[in-house]
Design a protein. Sequence first.
Length: 160
Amino acid sequence: MRLSTKGRYAVMAMVDLAMHSEGRPVALAAIAERQDISLSYLEQLFARLKRNALVKSVRGPGGGYLLARGTDGTRISDIILAVDEPIRATRCDPQSPHGCTKTKMRCVTHDLWSELSNQIHLFLSSVTLADVCERRILGASGRLYDTTQALGDAARTAAE
């Protein structure tokens, strides 16, 4: 599964906003420059974030955006869903009674990918902006999966 730029940029911008607001509005131009994201793209994303009550805007000189819920009250899944980014690993449309194959049946691995989507959503729902800002997101894994070590372990097991 791959998260599109819409979801990734929305999360990046919200983390930037959380880290730089200090109780004052942050201009989108400043976020755009720090995160190397197009200002017009950020404007589109923040319109959706505002519509979903994740940010509030302040007009006038010194205006910009503030978090509407604070860092502890804003989940990463809320941000991604607010910009219409589906959290889904299947090819099938979840609203459709039909599957993704030519015969309209579900593929044999549908339940696997559907459960992966559920797990991703659960994980992103458990992480807040505060967790990301304070770098508390490693969880139980502690490190990335190392494929070279896994291949070595498999070879040793096969040799035994």
